[in-house]
Ligand binder design. Structure first.
Ligand SMILES: [Zn+2]
Length: 100
């Protein structure tokens, strides 16, 4: 569904389902920040209060962990968001509305 890291293809290379209707916009980035923030902030407090590591060690480990988790989650959440829009027939995914 994605070409490269985050670009959504015009259509599915397997079944030719048009994907250009997607309007993920800032949603995947919002969800990534929401999830990573709610995981890493309590973990930072836990690690700090239980082990009191060296500040440079703590900052380095959490920088790598936060960036790595964000880069892992972002394309997956974008795929999930486009899939949700497809499943709910949003933004033209269902084709033209039937004329009554
Ligand atoms: Zn397909």
């Amino acid at each position: 569904m994605l070409s490269g890291y985050l670009t959504v293809r015009q259509s599915c290379p397997v079944c030719a389902e048009p994907l250009h209707h997607q309007r993920a916009d800032d949603g995947p980035a919002y969800l990534t920040i929401l999830i990573v923030g709610h995981l890493m902030a309590p973990l930072l407090l836990f690690v700090f209060t239980h082990w009191r590591p060296e500040p440079l060690m703590l900052a380095t480990a959490f920088t790598v962990g936060t960036v790595g988790l964000s880069l892992y989650l972002l394309p997956r959440l974008k795929g999930a968001m486009v899939g949700l829009q497809w499943a709910k027939r949003m933004h033209g995914f269902g084709g033209a509305l039937p004329v009554e």
